[in-house]
Design a protein around this ligand. Structure first.
Ligand code: GTR
Length: 337
């Protein structure tokens, strides 16, 4: 992000806070209007996460006869995920849709679902997050000032770079690869022999273009939506992460709701998940079409070559018995178990 853009975002966030006063934007105190809630997303309008949250807002509005509605600040207008998440924890924003990565340093249980190669398929990931394990991870956020409402799909993350196809970890030695600001991602990239460069998503395009980094890793829609594919012309399908996204509410805003309104919020979030998955699957197809039509070289890899390097970082990432117990439960849900 350029300095100017950074300043504009800070100004936007400061303006938003000034409107409502810290912790007083949401719910009945909202200066945006009675019952008008706020939500942030790093992605732009039209991206499946943003549209799923918009759908959630529509459900809220319908089910409360307009008493509650949602204003979404998309495209990272209010800053990167780590910053907006912090604001959400003290009630400066009511809702936020983020990746698991910024939650990893806040709550150890979130690390479990962000481990590389832990899910064997999208079906496995959905089964985990839709069940008790998912509920336990969502509930663990409450002690950090956040109410975990639901998980959204995020597809499979793979590596892309400006230099050449990655077939084995040997091809990654010394590459400078952007990762979200999370120790887990840093360890993961290091364990493959590359240099990890933590950086907010909106700095990636420019950094690739300027050669500050050689590559990054993400799913098809983010690779396409951020136009990273215009600069990084090699996409190697390692599919190392199937980590989901999370939709959270500020506990401060949640506590200000009646129990029946809390139920409406919770149910609307849950009801937005199938819609999100439809949007997601369609967007993956569309992004694949756009990227491959542009001539990006896409290659398959043997995932075992990459997974084999990760055992050490799994051990290092799992520091509590509760995390290890969840890992066991997730592995037990694999089809071959
Ligand atoms: C995307 C995800 C974003 C953000 C981004 C990143 O796939 O949807 O929330 O985490 O990755 O790499 O920073």
């Amino acid at each position: 992000m350029s300095f100017g853009a950074d300043m504009r975002r800070r100004d936007a966030l400061a303006g938003l806070m000034a409107l409502g006063g810290l912790g007083a934007l949401g719910g009945c105190n909202s200066r945006l209007g009675e019952g008008v809630f706020t939500s942030a997303d790093t992605h732009v309008d039209g991206y499946p996460t943003v549209e799923a949250v918009r759908y959630f807002g529509e459900l809220l509005e319908q089910r409360t006869n307009g008493r509650m509605s949602l204003r979404i600040y998309a495209g990272g207008q209010l800053g990167n995920e780590r910053d907006t998440l912090e604001v959400t924890t003290f009630g400066g924003l009511d809702f936020n849709r983020v990746n698991l990565a910024p939650l990893n340093s806040i709550e150890p249980l979130t690390v479990v679902a962000a481990l590389p190669f832990i899910f064997e398929s999208t079906e496995h990931m959905r089964q985990v997050v839709d069940g008790e394990i998912g509920d336990e991870i969502l509930a663990s956020l409450e002690r950090h000032g956040l109410i975990g409402l639901c998980f959204y799909d995020s597809g499979a993350r793979s590596f892309y770079n400006t230099r050449g196809p990655i077939n084995t970890p040997d091809d990654m030695q010394g590459l400078k690869l952007r990762v979200p600001g999370s120790d887990l991602y840093i360890d993961m990239v290091r364990s493959l022999g590359a240099d990890a460069v933590p950086m907010p998503l909106d700095e990636v395009y420019q950094s690739l273009a300027q050669g500050v980094i050689d590559g990054a890793e993400n799913n098809w829609p983010s690779f396409e939506s951020g136009r990273h594919f215009e600069v990084a012309r090699y996409y190697s399908l390692t599919r190392h992460l199937l980590a989901p996204e999370v939709f959270v509410m500020s506990k401060e805003s949640w506590d200000a709701l009646s129990t029946s309104d809390q139920d409406i919020v919770k149910q609307a979030a849950r009801d937005s998940v199938p819609h999100m998955r439809d949007l997601w699957d369609a967007r993956v197809e569309e992004s694949m079409r756009i990227v491959t039509a542009s001539g990006v070289e896409v290659n398959e890899v043997d995932p075992a070559l990459f997974a084999g390097r990760m055992t050490g970082m799994w051990d290092a990432s799992l520091t509590t018995p509760a995390q290890r117990a969840l890992v066991e439960q997730i592995l037990a849900l694999r089809s071959g178990s």
